[in-house]
Design a protein around this ligand. Structure first.
Ligand SMILES: *Cc1c(COP(=O)(O)O)cnc(C)c1O
Length: 480
């Protein structure tokens, strides 16, 4: 039984309406609130039973228009600056339609989609300053990209065949990175069976950059205790404040101790595409580099990138031992013959056509324009930081070094002890009133309203709205 439309013309008309509606929705995104909670009656409709019988596509689409479309995360909105979320590009939206239409399987194969991914990786290798024989893979996101790098590090630096014999066949493996490292590191250590304690948390200075001397001391102490250090995990753009570790010093330390240098550049690595690239100097010397394109690359979810100059270690970490199983082996001709077998570079065997939205967005916008949009975000953060610092009732809680501004409402006269709860309430009000969506973090015990700008739709006036709203909501809530 075919699941294709009974009436292609009808479906074509509905499809055209969808494309029209979606482009219109993006065009008018600024007119809507930055975020809206899902109302109870809408939530209730998501408890309906399994739809055993079908319905016309038009009716299903009406459900989407009524219950789904009006309640997005909000990251498409010009005043969404929460966590680290990308905005998406319109070209990316259309590319997803094209990619899903072709519906290719990207394990490898002799097909155009594999050439697209190969080309995208080659572009990214060049843009990040990696050698031309570096390897890469498009993955689900930063977490998977980071794990991909550490899996290669484990194979390269453990000193025995970890894949065959497991971790128990040698001394405990350890990793080193700053206290500002994103929580993916715990997921990685747990998933890899190393245990969270394998990650040695190194302190930072007031600039939130790793203390390199403390890192060296910890490595030495662990070696003396019989442990096996394998990698340093450096940050290019920490999630808290956007700080970048001294990558040059960490490369030297890794070389001195014969360790792998992995860089988590989830969003910070993209600075390499902007005029501010000196901020991430040394990035190109990493053994492996993880970054997202769905954050600061502005591409629609999901797409992260795992690059490595050690192509050998990447495949050694993932290629099936003893070669491909019989059902995957390539004969001497036909579709299964291909030089790039992406499935040997990472966790996924069945893989989708993530590369198309990247390829089309890069070609259509041009990488210089993407870099200029990121530079504009960096400049917006600096200007917002200056405004906050100059405002009598607002306080800047961390240096603005990249695209993150951590601030709070702290007028003279209010006791320090009241400020955390008050600023938390201000943040909730900003979100619930649909004004803007920053998120939060704690910095040295102080609650920060955290504005992370990875948004190509934000304009200066949007930050004016934020500053004025915080300054107005602060006294309103403080008076309660
Ligand atoms: C977002 C982020 C991650 C995780 O990336 P995902 O794409 O969410 O999996 C890792 N590190 C940093 C610094 C991040 O900002």
């Amino acid at each position: 039984m075919s699941l294709d439309p009974a009436d292609w013309n009808q479906t074509r008309a509905t499809g055209r309406r969808m494309v029209d509606d979606m482009l219109g929705w993006l065009e008018t995104v600024r007119d809507r609130p930055a975020w809206t909670s899902v109302p109870a009656e809408v939530k209730a409709r998501f408890a309906l039973p399994v739809p055993r019988q079908g319905a016309p596509l038009e009716a299903v689409y009406d459900d989407f228009l009524r219950d789904v479309l009006p309640y997005p995360t909000g990251n498409v909105h010009p005043r969404f600056w929460g966590w680290v979320m990308g905005t998406g590009t319109t070209t990316g939206v259309l590319a997803e339609l094209l990619a899903a239409t072709m519906n290719p399987h990207l394990a490898g194969y002799d097909q155009s989609a594999a050439l697209v991914e190969r080309q995208v990786i080659a572009w990214l290798v060049e843009l990040m300053g990696f050698p031309s024989d570096a390897s890469g893979l498009l993955v689900s996101g930063g977490t998977e990209a980071n794990i991909n790098g550490l899996m290669a590090a484990r194979v390269a630096k453990a000193g025995w065949d970890v894949r065959a014999e497991g971790l128990r066949a040698g001394p405990p493996l350890t990793l080193y990175g700053s206290a500002e490292t994103h929580s993916w590191i715990n997921t990685a250590c747990e998933t890899m069976g190393l245990g969270r304690q394998a990650f040695r948390v190194i302190t930072t200075g007031d600039d939130y950059r790793i203390d390199v001397a403390a890192c060296r001391a910890r490595i030495d102490a662990d070696i003396a205790a019989g442990l096996r250090p394998i990698a340093i995990v450096a940050n290019a753009g920490t999630v808290g404040t956007g700080a970048t570790d001294d990558l040059v010093a960490l490369r030297a330390l890794a070389d001195e101790k014969d360790l792998w240098l992995h860089v988590d550049g989830a969003f910070g690595a993209l600075v390499a595409w902007t005029p501010s690239r000196a901020m991430v100097a040394g990035l190109e010397t990493a053994d492996s580099l993880a970054f997202d394109l769905h954050k600061w690359g502005y591409m629609p979810y999901e797409v992260g990138v795992a690059l490595t100059r050690r192509a050998d270690a990447q495949t050694a970490a993932y290629q099936p031992a003893g070669g491909a199983p019989a059902y995957l082996k390539s004969p001497d001709g036909g579709i299964a013959v291909d030089t790039t077998y992406f499935a040997d570079r990472g966790l996924q065997l069945s893989r989708g056509f993530r590369a198309l939205k990247v390829w089309m967005s890069m070609k259509e916008q041009g990488v210089d324009a993407l870099g200029a949009a990121m530079q504009e975000n960096i400049d917006q953060a600096r200007r917002l930081g200056e405004r906050v610092a100059a405002h009598a009732d607002l306080e800047l809680l961390a240096p603005v070094t990249l695209n993150i501004v951590c601030l709070r409402y702290a007028p003279a006269g209010l006791p320090e002890a009241a400020l955390n709860a008050l600023n938390q309430a201000i943040l909730v009000a900003l979100q619930e009133r649909g004004i803007a969506v920053p998120s939060q973090t704690m910095l040295q015990g102080r609650f920060a309203i955290r504005v992370c700008i990875t948004n190509h739709r934000s304009r200066d006036e949007d930050f004016d709205v934020l500053v004025e709203a915080v300054a107005a909501i602060g006294p309103e809530l403080a008076a309660r």
